[in-house]
Design a protein around this ligand. Structure first.
Ligand code: FAD
Length: 397
């Protein structure tokens, strides 16, 4: 913690408590105490009448010896006793980076009673697992996970950190990067090693997806990035693999976590669990009106798949945002992707081009979607979709 209180000097006047914009100072045994909610803004320093509060230089990784930083880390996302798919995908890619750099691959596993998942992480390619357990980590919290992850970085000095570009990864990554004074490349769609420097080459779409930018982090450590789910394939697991389990204590107390999970309400049913779906039936503006989307839902239902949509559909309010596929929606990689009445704009294709098989239905034979389709049906969705539904129903019976 870069802001400290000299307990000998503190007279317990509480002036700093009201000066702190983040509610990060509490009184303990009549003395001011800085909690992990501190953002190191320093607003309290000048308010102390006895100069008991000091702001030390931030403990960043800038200017430190870069050679001290080794190994590739993956943040392991887990929920309800399962490691999320994106973490496996990152372990597969992290393994390749670690091998190319001649370094080790580690998973960072934080949660309550999550030790059994370490076996899964080793099987997916990790050499080490950093395990932080406690009831305060049962569900993801910005305060708790940021503090723990930052401490691990200071203690073990990784060279590279990969996080999923998921809700939690997008929340955690930038905060941790800021705390340790490094940069972060968000929403990567490709990773490699820059031949000249040996640094990780982080590639992501820029300028609305019209160019791909490759970004290096030469001056600071760790090199950090979030990676979109489903851009990399999940590796085969090998359960004969084992590794080193490193238990680390979290210094977070439950009262330090400013957000409390009151209730978990699942708004996303199987129909919008696009990242995990093996079959996706997606509709675009060519469905013409929201009522026609029932055909998309019916085909998805018959095939046991999820329902996707183009942004045009989301913007028109026909479907909520969790169904959107594309650059500003989800990146998906199912075995089969049906694109129905979707033109194939670059921003849509950016989110579904890693599908194994793409089947496009469009009445315009020149629609760009046919360039990325494995099978194309030139026709009216209102005729083709009912015919497909009937045929698949027959196959199922
Ligand atoms: P349209 O482009 O209007 O295409 C409709 C298609 O339906 C046409 O090809 C037409 O021939 C066909 N059609 C019409 N009637 C029928 C019929 N009866 N039967 C069969 N075919 C029919 N888009 C996304 O999807 N996802 C994103 O994440 C995304 N992010 C974006 C981010 C930025 C910064 C920008 C600028 C744009 C983004 N877009 C995104 C929007 C994108 O550029 C397109 O506008 C959008 O994908 C078009 O959606 P669409 O294909 O449904 O509609």
């Amino acid at each position: 913690m870069a802001v400290t209180v000299d307990k000998e000097q503190c007279i317990g006047c509480s002036a700093c408590i009201s000066a702190c914009p983040f509610g990060a100072i509490v009184m303990e045994a009549g003395k001011a105490s800085i909690t992990i909610a501190c953002t190191m803004c320093g607003a309290c320093v000048d308010t102390c009448p006895v100069n008991a509060i000091a702001k030390a230089a931030e403990q960043t990784t800038a200017g430190m010896n870069k050679a001290d930083y080794k190994d590739v880390w993956v943040f392991i996302e887990q929920a309800e006793g399962q490691v999320k798919s994106v973490s496996y995908e990152l372990l597969g890619e992290g393994r390749k980076l670690a091998d190319a750099m001649g370094q080790k691959l580690a998973g960072v596993l934080i949660g309550e009673q999550v030790e059994p998942l370490a076996r899964e992480v080793f099987a997916a390619g990790a050499d080490k697992v950093f395990l932080v357990e406690g009831p305060e980590f049962k569900t993801y919290s910005t305060d708790g996970y940021t503090a723990v992850f930052t401490d691990l970085i200071h203690a073990y000095k990784p060279s590279v950190i990969l996080l999923g570009a998921t809700n939690d990864g997008r929340d955690l990554g930038p905060r941790v990067a800021c705390r340790v004074g490094t940069g972060l490349t968000a929403d990567c769609t490709n990773l490699g090693i820059d031949e000249e420097t040996g640094l990780v080459a982080w590639t992501r779409p820029a300028f609305g997806g019209n160019i791909m930018a490759t970004i290096l982090c030469p001056e600071h450590r760790p090199q950090m990035g979030t990676v979109r789910p489903k851009v990399f394939k999940r590796p085969e697991q090998d359960f004969s693999r084992t590794g080193e389990l490193i238990r680390a204590a979290g210094r977070v107390k439950s009262q330090d976590i400013r957000t409390k999970l009151i209730e978990l309400i699942k708004v996303c049913t199987a129909a919008c669990n696009l990242e995990e779906a093996e079959i996706i039936v997606a509709g675009g503006r060519g469905m013409c009106k929201p009522e026609n989307f029932v055909l998309i839902e019916e085909l998805a239902n018959v095939l046991g798949g999820a329902v996707g949509a183009s942004r045009a559909v989301i913007d028109a309010g026909w479907k909520p945002h969790p169904h959107q596929v594309g650059q500003t929606g989800k990146t998906v990689g199912p075995k089969v992707y049906f694109a129905c009445g979707i033109s194939g704009a670059i921003q849509h294709v950016a989110g579904m081009s890693s599908s194994d098989i793409v089947i496009a239905i469009n009445k315009d034979a020149d629609a760009p979607i046919f360039k990325v389709a494995d099978y194309g049906i030139v026709g009216d969705v209102m005729e083709v979709l009912p015919a497909l539904i009937d045929e698949f129903k027959k196959v199922k019976q």
